[in-house]
Design a protein around this ligand. Sequence first.
Ligand code: ZN
Ligand code: MN
Length: 142
Amino acid sequence: MLNTADIPKLLKDAGLRVTPQREAILGFLIEHTKHATADEIYQSIHKTFPSISVSTVYNTIKHFAQVGLVKEITFGDNASRFDINVQPHHHLVCKKCGTLIDFYLEKPPSFALPPEASGFEIEDFHVEVKGICPACRESSRG
Ligand code: ZN
Ligand code: MN
């Protein structure tokens, strides 16, 4: 598991200069939510850095995704979420609260891909399982 103490090394290993803003962005993903939108990150860190803009946060997190520090997850037209877990993994998606729960499958997947996949060069394999998380099921029971 990543720790906030690892942040300076993560940034340096990615070839990036360590700045308090960059540390705060990664720190938010490590400490609060592993899958956040750029806006959620902005809402949290602009309390500490009032002069930071949404677009700076957005550009910084996009840059982190390009250098492999985070993984960008897109679901249809929804805002991208940025995942601090860059290991190959999949997600359970709660339709009610939007929470994402990581899960792992063996790699390569044990099932055979259909004939339609022949000749297709697979770069990424992501399973998205939609449903209602335990906390939401509990609260709807009342
Ligand atoms: Zn939920
Ligand atoms: Mn994840």
